[in-house]
Design a protein around this ligand. Sequence first.
Ligand code: UD1
Ligand code: UDP
Length: 373
Amino acid sequence: MKKIKVVSIFGTRPEAIKMAPLVKELEKHSDVIESKVLITAQHREMLDQVLDIFEIKPDYDLNLMKHGQTITDITSGVLKGVEEVLGEYRPDIVLVHGDTTTTFSAALAAFYQKVAVGHVEAGLRTGNIYSPYPEEMNRMLTGRLASWHYAPTELNRKNLLAENVSDDNIIVTGNTVIDALYYVTEKEYEFESEELRKIDFENERVILLTCHRRENWGEPMENIFTAVRIIAEKYPDSKIIFPMHKNPLVRDTARRIMGESPNIVLTEPLEYQPFAKLMSRSYLILTDSGGIQEEAPGLGKPVIVLRTETERPEAVEAGTVKVAGTDTDTIVEMVSALMDSKKEYEAMSKANNPYGDGRASQRIVENIIKTFR
Ligand code: UD1
Ligand code: UDP
């Protein structure tokens, strides 16, 4: 019998982390599935780090990343590159993930080629098309282009139903990020980097910071980094670790505002395994990342979100995540509450996992086999 031809397409670090377990699961079914991986390389080093950890060798690499790339650069490069591959390979289904410009453009290229699209991590919404920008719109448009919607949670399913997506085409799976997190945390791991080995986790309260979002570029990011500098001064027993996103815009702002603080460590992006370990050993996490809001509840780590809105209200409901926005005083206040009050801290640090049981990839692959056989 002919095998089901599946092409998984991704391009940035978070897509790679969340697609890796799915690629692994597709490979397990090589008797019925021919699985190919196409990377756009919207990111380069940050993507390659993830491919290494999960030992994924892409079949196609568009190698698109340029410094200072615009959304239009990415969109047009992905459209053209994906068109060429799909025109030649003709898969039964293309799998895309989440909300990046790779995601939307690859789905559009597949639609132009009349190839079916399966959307992994479908149905998250803030309801504000400028926050996160351009991700909210990317995710909505990908939803319009997709035939199958792999929704992490019931709430995501409801969001899709409200946009008239047929219930028959929505599969609630959990989030593959939990599959990925289990994959890296199952293995024993000691920090390799001297900087991380030096941290005294017993006596220093480690605050992990990540920040990169487009809508935070400029003043909001300056406000965030100023808040972090104030927190570092106010709590000399804290150590703030910022694995800096590779974007020069983010790095320059970080160095300018936080570069001189003795208890702020600015490092290169960490590989997923040390990053996961650092999350699990941190006192609290400050972030504008989407994925980290999903990982932290499972680890029972309080998260202050450096955005005005979140498309992950399940984590807020679980009690682990609070949305601070980007105002300096508010961030300092919310962090201080967690640093000063044991009660406040304990209320936010209960492990609770609204994002699944680590079997999301399995459910997606089962559904693909059922649909195409
Ligand atoms: C992108 C996604 C965002 C996602 C984020 C995850 C879009 C529009 N944005 O944002 O949704 O949350 O990735 O991190 O799809 N760079 C490097 N090396 C790398 C990666 C990036 O040097 O490995 C630098 C390059 O100069 C590049 C810049 O970062 O031009 C920005 O990268 P880009 O993918 O355009 O935007 P992100 O902010 O990373
Ligand atoms: N991450 C990582 N190394 C780092 C910072 C983050 O491996 O130095 C992981 C993190 O655990 C999460 C993902 O990268 O799974 C989040 O990526 P990012 O913040 O770039 O994107 P977003 O989640 O905002 O889309």
